[in-house]
Design a protein around this ligand. Structure first.
Ligand SMILES: *Cc1c(COP(=O)(O)O)cnc(C)c1O
Length: 369
């Protein structure tokens, strides 16, 4: 608790300081490449009978939205006078984004990663090491993301004086879900300006669709639109199918409980033990979800739906072959929902938050075929 209380005070101060925003905004512009473009997918629009736009988070440095969060928290670490950063990672995307920010700012970085994930995601392990980060294998539990989060939290409890823990999504105990949302909402704020209705090329969206793992890219694009009347749709991983029991759909098919310091929808058995999630996309393979998404669900502010592994892979091929963009498997879940629902979306202006690029997934997709 003292670590969390200190963090709440420090982030509140930093977030109210124009100097902090100036430094962060400069890095987001010059190092990360923000604002990311909005691109009208013309051929796919014609094919689907909708007006489809892509918010190109895949073009951000390191290939996904995660850097928006790690850059902000690494700057906060510097401001707090701490020199060491720890993080957890599943597929390695958050680990790479953290390692990148730490290399830039000269911070020592340790990333906890399940030993099973280390095997599955060798390329990202090499990337982190090249960026000067120590990757620490986690052997407890199933050796995946949930265990890596627990290991990072254990490290932090005993090292908090000189160490900051950069969590990778809008999950965990307060103030993390709030802080990560604040750092990711730049996505939706840019979109409000980019699609402000000022010309036929910049229509105001009717629908915004994003994939939901922990929920940070979705929260980033939804939050500035919450309560605005725009139809917001969050797409979870249905894995092998909801009825198979092997999925990552906490909001669609889970129930309320407590995980990693939040009360939220999650996957659990009737004893309250957390179940293993399954998704073909490592970024959606988490048995919980950010607590604010639970709030949005309970208040009917966002619709939550799910898409299977198979449907997501099909959507990767679709976008690659007719738009020249290979999306991350995570982001492909959101696209798959749009293609499935094209009839009910006919004539509407739809924005897909393209959370990341799919280079990291090419080998996995080829192997699965
Ligand atoms: C990590 C990741 C996700 C899932 O995380 P959220 O916190 O739900 O955004 C989605 N897309 C990509 C490309 C990712 O790397």
């Amino acid at each position: 608790m003292p670590a969390l209380e200190q963090l709440e005070v420090e982030f509140t101060k930093a977030w109210a300081d124009p100097g902090f925003h100036q430094e962060l905004d400069d890095l987001l512009r010059d190092f990360v490449g923000r604002p990311t473009p909005v691109y009208r997918a013309a051929r796919l629009s014609d094919r689907l009978g909708i007006d489809l736009y892509l918010k190109r988070e895949d073009l951000a440095h390191t290939g996904a939205h995660k850097i928006n969060n790690t850059m902000g928290q690494a700057l906060l670490t510097k401001r707090m006078g701490k020199r060491r950063v720890i993080a957890e990672t599943g597929a390695g995307q958050h680990g790479v984004a953290t390692a990148t920010a730490c290399a830039l700012l000269g911070q020592e970085c340790v990333v906890y990663m399940g030993e099973k994930d280390i095997e599955r995601q060798a390329l990202n392990v090499h990337r982190m090491r090249m960026l000067g980060t120590e990757v620490r294998p986690v052997t407890s539990g199933a050796g995946t993301l949930k265990d890596a989060v627990s290991a990072a939290m254990r490290d932090w409890v005993s090292s908090v004086d000189g160490t900051h823990y950069i969590i990778g999504s809008v999950v965990g105990p307060h103030p993390f879900p709030w802080m990560v949302r604040e750092l990711q909402k730049v996505i939706g704020e840019e979109l409000l300006e980019q699609m402000d209705g000022s010309s036929p090329h910049r229509p105001v969206p009717d629908v915004i669709v994003a994939c939901v793992g922990g929920g940070s890219n979705a929260m980033g694009v939804f939050y500035p639109y919450a309560g605005s009347g725009v139809d917001l749709v969050g797409v979870e991983a249905a894995g092998f199918g909801l009825e198979s029991g092997h999925h990552g759909a906490s909001l669609v098919a889970g129930s309320p409980g407590v995980i990693h310091g939040s009360m939220t929808y999650l996957l659990q058995d009737d004893q309250g033990q957390i179940l293993e999630a399954h998704s073909i996309s490592a970024g959606l393979d988490y048995p919980g979800v950010g607590p604010e998404h639970s709030y949005f669900k309970d208040h009917g502010m966002v619709r939550y739906v799910s898409i299977t592994d198979e449907e997501a892979v099909e959507a990767v091929h679709l976008l690659a072959s007719i738009e020249g963009i290979i999306p991350a498997l995570e982001s492909a879940h959101a696209l798959a929902w749009i293609t499935k629902e094209a009839k009910s979306l006919e004539g509407k202006t739809v924005v897909l938050n393209l959370s990341g690029r799919g280079d990291k997934d090419v080998q996995q997709i080829v192997d699965a075929e």
